[in-house]
Ligand binder design. Structure first.
Ligand code: NAD
Length: 253
């Protein structure tokens, strides 16, 4: 399908799933705004995609900035047709939920959940004005179960699923579809960092994936492409679990 004329905003687009998504949607003709806290890197990524695309440096812990980001997309492209709320951080403290500082908990919630809500609310208004659009939220298999030392992360991603359901119910009247993808164990820098820090044993993690391997960022980008396209016109407020079978077979993702 062609996305010619579409304006697309992808958060956390400097690396991993966000970058794979930006590449894929740009390849089908959309103009893409790549937003990320890593300003230099996201500039380079937008340049790599070529003319017509743009970069937006933003710390999504600031929800007002998340709203401005959507406005910047409309300024750049005249419209926003697709918003991909992908940026996310995981707990890196090694602390239990009870031990975690309120400030660290609040920052994680702000980035993973509140920013997505703020951007979505702004996008709903903007998309409604041009006849509709699609919002795709990137959740996680962690939304469905407790993961040791990553309770705040799990809670934030469970919140993303509930937000997806709630927004879908209010958005449908304005022609906007809101859905989510819940990736399992995907080969990205985030995962590479956890492995390097000794906080994730890759062999043990893969043993719980019936598919027998980590997922690839391009596989999640393909799901996001589908959810944000007319082929998914019948899907609203739902979550596609893309975890190599982990949830279906009771493993962890
Ligand atoms: P990644 O670290 O490669 O990419 C995350 C991007 O978000 C980075 O470019 C980072 O700079 C950006 N970012 C971080 N904090 C930000 C902030 N405050 N403001 C703006 N941008 C910020 O990780 P990824 O694996 O591609 O993660 C993408 C999404 O997928 C996340 O929401 C993550 O929770 C989710 N996810 C990943 C996996 C996995 O196995 N990799 C599994 C389930 C869910």
């Amino acid at each position: 399908m062609t996305r010619a004329g579409q304006g697309v905003l992808v958060t956390g687009a400097a690396s991993g799933i966000g970058w794979a998504t930006a590449r894929r949607l740009a390849a089908s003709g959309a103009r893409v705004m790549l937003a990320d806290i890593d300003g230099a890197r996201v500039e380079a990524r937008a340049a790599e995609l070529g003319p017509g695309h743009s970069a937006f440096a933003v710390d999504l812990a600031d929800t007002a900035a998340a709203r401005s980001m959507v406005g910047a997309c409309v300024e750049a492209f005249g419209r926003i047709d697709v918003l991909v709320n992908n940026a996310g951080v995981t707990d890196s403290s090694g602390r239990t939920l009870e031990e975690q500082s309120p400030a660290a908990f609040a920052r994680l919630m702000a980035i993973n959940l509140e920013a997505a809500l703020a951007a979505s609310r702004e996008a709903l208004v903007r998309m409604g004005a041009t006849g509709g659009g699609a919002i795709v939220n990137v959740a996680s298999g962690a939304a469905f179960r407790a993961i040791p030392y990553r309770s705040a992360y799990s809670a934030s991603k469970a919140g993303v699923l509930e937000m997806t359901r709630r927004l879908a119910s209010v958005a449908s009247g304005s022609g906007v579809r809101v859905n989510a993808v819940a990736p399992g164990f995907i080969r990205t820098e985030l995962i590479a960092a956890l492995i390097a820090e000794g906080r994730l044993d890759p062999a043990a993690a893969i043993a719980k994936v019936p598919l027998g391997r980590m997922g690839e960022t391009g596989e999640i980008a393909a799901v996001i492409d589908f959810l944000s396209s007319p082929r998914a016109r019948g899907l609203l407020g739902t979550t596609l679990v893309a975890d190599g079978g982990s949830q279906a077979y009771g493993g962890s993702g």
